[in-house]
Design a binder for this molecule. Sequence first.
Ligand code: ADP
Length: 571
Amino acid sequence: MIRRAAVLAVFLVLTAAVTGGVWWRALTGALSRLEERGQADLALAGDRLLGQLHRFRKTAVLMADHPDVLALALDPDGSSEAVDALLQRTADMTRSDELMLTDATGRVLAASGAGKGTDRSATPYFKRAMQGALGFLHEIDLVSGRRFFVYAAPVFSPEGPVAGALVARIDTEAVEVTWRGEPMIVFFTDRDGVAFVSNRDELILVQLSLLPEGASDKLLRREERNLGRHVVWDIDGGPYLPAHALHLTRDLPVIGMTVEALVDVDPAERQALLQALVATLICIGLGAVLYALMERRRALSVRLAAEAEANTRLEGRVAERTRELTEANDQLHRAQAELVQAGKLSALGQMSAGISHELNQPLMAIQSYAENAGLFLEREEPARAAENLGRISDLARRMGRIIKNLRAFARQESEGMSDVDLVAVIAAALELTETRLRTASVRVDWTPPARPVLVRGGEVRLQQVLVNLLANAADAMEGGGTVTIRLAQTGGRVRLSLADTGPGIAEPERIFDPFYSTKEVGASEGMGLGLSISYGIVQSFGGTIAGRNRDGGGAEFTVELSAAERGAKAA
Ligand code: ADP
């Protein structure tokens, strides 16, 4: 939020700076162009006034040399009629307002209009002419209020001294009328700062100098300020004068005046404002584009952050789930190992009656053989005694083997796999279940091959599987039958089949389910775990176990295992 406000503030400052810069450059540029053009026009206006005045000057000087004029000046009391007519004619021709001839005392001897007999001796231009120079002045006729430029040329007598003066008065309006209505306001100010001639009536005889000490009671209300190197006047001068104008000046020392101009700066200001407006719009447009880009980037980064967070969450959950699964798997493995052991102990329990019988029988036989051996020794029949002792030794070996098998069976095997001789496993399993099979009157059809058949697995666990299958067969054929054991090898697989002649499997699809048993709790103590444990064991070796009913009656179980490399080659 704060970042956005800061960015907005920076943008506004930049926009203001750019706008201001553009406005200033445009304004000063436009003012410079205005000033350049204005100065040229100003020079032209000055030259034009000087040119017009020059004509009148020449008239005055030429007329001063006229012989009739000289004659009258030398003889002031003579008839002035001819000179009057001459002056009148000339004035009409040159459009000078008035031409007059004075004598050396300033009295008007002849004139083109009224004014004859008046005295000009007090005027500065007359005094100047009397000194032999050309007098020049601008004046306001106090009676008519008209403004005049006045030239006074000395009339020299042949002997040298000045005999009179020829005065030419030119009404400024005659000059002004030619440049009324020009767009640029031009005015000529005298030394008092009064606009004596102008192409705008509003300015005529207006005091323009900032110091109100001029001859005029009319004052232009204005303020002066600088715009760069330009001088601009803010004028409060009515509808015909611009409110803001560029002020230009140029000295005209020949007539002792300054020509000044006022150029309206309104168009320049409007142009500058327009350019500034365009710059602002461009800035705003650029800002909008940048803002949109920024917003898009922000939205993108927010989305990416959200996605990254979701990913991390997902990864965390996957890791957690993996850990849980691994734990469950470990628990399963432990449970399976425990079950295997429990299954074995249960099998041992089931076999205990047979085993004790198996051990008791030779014990009792040993006892009677020992007693008989004693008797034979007493009767001094050592050969028969030795025979009995030999039987005792056989029986003891047999008992030792049984115990060894039991111990091996009860041992908890570690999880690993090795190459196991399946023929030896079958032999051990048969030995363990021998009593049980005999009790059930089950005949075993099994011819062990001459060579070992090596498979991949665990010896004790494989033995457990076979004990289970043989015990189940005995259970199924209580009262008599045959169990046929076969071994076959195809490629890398060894197939062991175990077929019985019992009633067959009641529900073949359920036999590997844990706790599925058709046996009554009691005599055969079925827990329904034997086959499911066997299934787990075979599968852990990468093998398969299946049970089905044979076509000719009875059940057949097959166990398929991977052959050991060595065994496969040997076979
Ligand atoms: P239990 O022997 O404790 O009942 P098992 O998992 O070893 O448990 O056997 C499950 C069931 O499979 C037995 O109850 C029996 O119904 C059936 N069964 C197993 N072997 C045979 C067989 N050889 N003939 C017929 N049924 C069998």
